[in-house]
Design a protein around this ligand. Structure first.
Ligand code: ZN
Length: 224
C-alpha cells in the first residue's frame, strides 16, 4: 500500500484525527514554580503573596495556542524543615490559579516535592525520587495526565530543574536570570536553550517546534 493510500485509509477510519488530537493534548510545558512562574517569596512565610515573573502571561498564551498544557513543579523543602505545611501549598496553588486565570491560562497540574533529607519533620525528612535534579515529579505528572515527555518541555531557573527535565526525557530551556549560582555542569545539566526572559523562552520553544509566525520570528530575532 502506498503512503497516499495509507493516509486515505486512516482518514476514512478517523484514526489520523484521533492521533493528532492525542498528540496535541499530551504535550506539556513543565514550569519550575520559583524563578520561572513567580518570584521567590520570603522563605518560611506561611502563604506568601505571589507575583508573576515578567513575560509569563504572554509567553504562556503563545505556548497554549501551540497546543501545550502546563504543569507547575515546585521544590518545597520548607515542609520537611517544618517552616510550612502542605495545606499552605494548597493556598499557593489557589493563588497561582488566580494569577494565571487573569492571564487567560489554566494550569493542568501543580506538583511539588515536600522532602528534604536534612529536614526535621517525620515522614518528610527522607531521600526521595521527586526532588530535582531527580525526575520523579515530571514522571508522575506524565503518568497521571498521559503526557508524552519526549514531546514536552521544561523551563527551569536552576540547573537542577534542567537536569530533572533531561532525565525525564524532555527538552529544556534555562532562564539565565541569576537564580543559578553554582553552575556545576555536566552533560545532563546542559539545557537545550538558554533564555534571558520568559517570553524569550516561549519563543525559543515555538521556534524549535517550527510553529512561529513571521511576526513572532521577527520578535524572537529582535529579543536576542
Ligand atoms: Zn521528594
Amino acid at each position: 500500500m502506498s503512503a497516499k493510500q495509507e493516509t486515505s485509509v486512516l482518514r476514512e477510519t478517523g484514526a489520523d484525527r484521533t492521533t493528532r488530537a492525542d498528540r496535541a493534548t499530551r504535550r506539556a510545558v513543565f514550569l519550575a514554580k520559583d524563578g520561572v512562574v513567580v518570584h521567590n517569596g520570603p522563605s518560611g512565610a506561611e502563604t506568601p503573596r505571589l507575583r508573576l515573573v515578567k513575560g509569563v502571561g504572554p509567553g504562556l498564551r503563545l505556548l497554549r495556542d501551540a497546543g501545550f498544557s502546563f504543569e507547575v513543579v515546585a521544590r518545597e523543602p520548607g515542609v520537611a524543615r517544618g517552616l510550612y505545611d502542605e495545606e499552605s501549598l494548597a493556598a499557593v496553588r489557589g493563588q497561582l490559579d488566580e494569577l494565571l486565570a487573569a492571564e487567560g491560562i489554566v494550569l493542568a497540574g501543580f506538583s511539588y516535592c515536600p522532602h528534604d533529607p536534612h529536614g526535621v519533620r517525620r515522614g518528610y525528612a527522607v531521600e526521595c525520587v521527586c526532588r530535582p535534579p531527580q525526575p520523579g515529579l515530571l514522571k508522575r505528572a506524565a503518568q497521571e495526565r498521559r503526557l508524552r515527555l519526549g514531546r514536552s518541555w521544561l523551563i527551569g531557573a536552576t540547573l537542577d530543574d534542567v537536569e530533572a527535565g533531561v532525565h525525564a526525557g524532555c527538552r529544556t530551556v534555562m532562564l539565565d536570570d541569576g537564580h543559578e549560582r553554582e553552575w556545576r555542569m555536566s552533560e545532563a545539566r546542559l539545557p537545550h536553550h538558554v533564555a534571558q526572559g520568559f517570553d524569550e523562552a516561549a519563543l525559543l520553544i515555538l521556534e524549535d517546534e517550527h510553529v512561529l509566525s513571521w511576526r513572532e520570528r521577527a520578535v524572537a530575532a529582535r529579543s536576542r
